[in-house]
Design a protein around this ligand. Structure first.
Ligand code: PHE
Length: 350
């Protein structure tokens, strides 16, 4: 039914409806009583009038009147809501705008990797040990059987501190530790075998900050020293770790390597997690990813910790959680893991 055929009472109600959104607070309440008041409201009165009309009119106008009543109720409710919001808002503020989503924090992907590694080793009896990031040359290099002229001790590779060494520490300049291995020494000096620990922490090197290098990154070290420990224990434990951390069917391989503080030494590779061995750009076509260095603790290291190298043997490993996070999540640039840019990190919020 168009407006021209509406009875004048209904046409008037329709006009009033259109004006509701522009009414002020007092006008609004007045208009409400005038239109929708239970006894004297215009809508109520019209509905009463209908009762006396012929059936056909009752049917048509009754439906229109009821629709108008509902529309008026809605219009008043919306206008009241808007006026209330306006009265609470400072000038220029719009309280009907949707709220800002609350910021939700989450674990950094590298923290998650470290926690998982610690947990896997905890299950098989390893405790956590930590040590200082500022070390002496003795703990960082010499006690670990580095020869005094080893290139790693060069200023080009290691960040030395200007401060003089503290009196009660063994000789040598102060430096930022270049690996977590000095905590092997600290652990063996403070608690005799049997020792089974994992050692997470940050390490520092005089390196460029580019896609694959950073002057600061994380390592996690492992150390097991006891009577009768052999390379078989090393291999079995690290293979178990790879299967728990990556997947139950992940293949591993050990390649000979060199570290001053282990003999024999090895690198452990795991099957590339992206191509599963067939070769892809991430593994440079080899099908393998290098994830850690390891080996049997050198007897000279045990001796530096006042342990009998005939009686005790052990193995150690070291790996880089930043690198492992990059391999696991397919992150192409280590800087993304160190810059704290929320646009990147947000994708790891569970
Ligand atoms: N410290 C070695 C590095 O930083 C890693 C390592 C630790 C190797 C323990 C063998 C045993 O490269």
């Amino acid at each position: 039914m168009d407006d021209t055929t509406l009875p004048p009472e209904l046409a008037a109600l329709k006009e009033r409806l259109e004006r509701v959104p522009s009414l002020g607070p007092a006008e609004l309440e007045e208009a409400y009583v005038d239109l929708l008041g239970r006894k004297q409201g215009r809508v109520t009165k019209y509905l009463k009038l209908l009762a006396a009309m012929p059936l056909e009119q009752k049917r048509v106008y009754g439906a229109t009147a009821n629709t108008l009543r509902v529309q008026l109720e809605d219009a008043f409710r919306a206008r009241r809501h808007q006026l209330k919001a306006d009265s609470l808002a400072a000038p220029g503020e719009d309280l009907t705008m949707p709220g800002r989503r609350r910021w939700v924090g989450a674990e950094h992907p590298v923290t998650r990797v470290v926690d998982e590694i610690v947990e896997i080793f905890r299950e098989i009896g390893f405790a956590v040990a930590v040590g200082p990031e500022v070390e002496t040359e003795w703990y960082n290099f010499l006690s670990l059987h580095f020869p005094a002229d080893h290139p790693a001790m060069d200023m080009h590779d290691t960040l030395y501190l200007d401060a003089p060494p503290v009196d009660n520490e063994p000789a040598g300049r102060l430096l930022l530790r270049t690996h977590t291995s000095p905590v092997q020494i600290r652990t063996l000096l403070s608690s005799p075998p049997p020792v089974r620990v994992v050692i997470p922490g940050m390490v520092y090197r005089n390196d460029a900050f580019d896609a694959s290098h950073s002057p600061a990154f994380s390592q996690i070290e492992g150390l097991a020293v006891d009577e009768g420990i052999s390379f078989i224990d090393l291999r079995a434990t690290l293979t178990h770790f790879a299967r728990r951390f990556f997947s139950a069917s992940t293949r591993t391989r050990f390649r000979p390597s060199f570290f001053p503080f282990t003999e024999p030494s090895a690198e452990m590779d795991v099957e590339c997690q992206l191509c599963h061995g067939s070769g892809c750009p991430a593994c440079k076509g080899t099908g393998w990813m290098e994830i850690l260095g390891c080996g049997m603790v050198h007897p000279a290291v045990l001796e530096n910790c006042n342990l009998d190298g005939e009686r005790f043997t052990g193995w150690a490993f070291g790996m880089g959680p930043h690198r492992i996070a990059m391999l696991r999540y397919g992150i192409p640039d280590i800087r993304l893991l160190l810059e704290g840019d929320m646009r990147f990190l947000e994708q790891f919020v569970p």
